[in-house]
Design a protein around this ligand. Sequence first.
Ligand SMILES: NC(=O)c1ccc[n+]([C@@H]2O[C@H](COP(=O)([O-])OP(=O)(O)OC[C@H]3O[C@@H](n4cnc5c(N)ncnc54)[C@H](OP(=O)(O)O)[C@@H]3O)[C@@H](O)[C@H]2O)c1
Length: 301
Amino acid sequence: MRALQIGHFGDLDVLELVNVPEPQPADGEVLVRVIASAINPVDDKTREGAIGEGTPPLPMTLGWELAGIVVDPGTSGLSVGERVFGMSHQLATGRGSWADLVAIPAASIAQAPTSVSLVEAATLPLPGLTALQTMDWLGVGQGDKLLVAGAAGAVGGLAVQLACARGAQVDALVSRQVQIEVVRELGADHITTDRTTLPVGGYDAIFDTFGAFVTDAVADGGRYASIATQAGPVPDLSHRRVRTTVNQVREDGRGLAELAAAVDGGRLKIRVDAQYAMQNVKAAHEHFQRGSLNGKVALIF
Ligand SMILES: NC(=O)c1ccc[n+]([C@@H]2O[C@H](COP(=O)([O-])OP(=O)(O)OC[C@H]3O[C@@H](n4cnc5c(N)ncnc54)[C@H](OP(=O)(O)O)[C@@H]3O)[C@@H](O)[C@H]2O)c1
């Protein structure tokens, strides 16, 4: 079968389409024929060698997301031919999703949403679970005032929508004027490109997707979650009784089922900026690296 691998770290030229043996599903795993995946910032960082310690051994197959068809359900209770989607923690497991077939724990996948294509579904698992799990950590609920920093991004855009669905009042910090209308359509209220205009102590919770560290904006006793691992820890705010974290996404089939229900219930809109055949993976990455996207870049197998 085909897989997109790197044999060493470097620029886009190290990405290779190679033939590798088909995976044999272990106990508790499901064998999935991948129809689509997507590119995430972590794939670039891994390829460049920017992650450092904890990176899987080379050569490695890249990719965290998949949507596809069940080939061998094992003991999962799923059926052959069923549409599923999943997130594979490529860094922790070495199990990359940019391959024709992936053997993945049944607990890490869910039935794909029925109202969207598998290409669209494939762009949801990593940013969707990151948004959902971080929202849970923040305890965002009815009436909370939440600020999402980086709200036009993949994770940020989903976080805005999930928080609105929970009844929160959501404001947003974005990088460019052109993103303001996009984020308004996702449900955000006040949207700014200027961090100096954020109200001091104005938010019960802040979801920071790019290391903005706009800590003055969180209320005393509030919550501040970053997902920008490489920007380092959130400054200690314990003197203001603010809980802080740098949240790390986890494989989570139940979370995916919750996201699928939100999509099918019309509460979560998936944004795909572009789609490329996996043979054109370099062009896909060049598109991805241009930035200011309105949604994800999907890879079709
Ligand atoms: N910890 C975890 O488990 C976890 C999980 C998923 C993602 N992440 C990380 O979280 C980050 C976001 O992921 P993503 O997939 O959402 O990436 P993304 O789609 O590229 O979104 C990042 C967003 O932040 C915006 N941004 C960047 N710098 C900004 C600035 N100075 N002011 C305002 N907005 C700014 C970007 O705007 P432009 O497009 O205009 O630059 C973009 O809208 C990445 O670093 C990723 O590696 C971590």
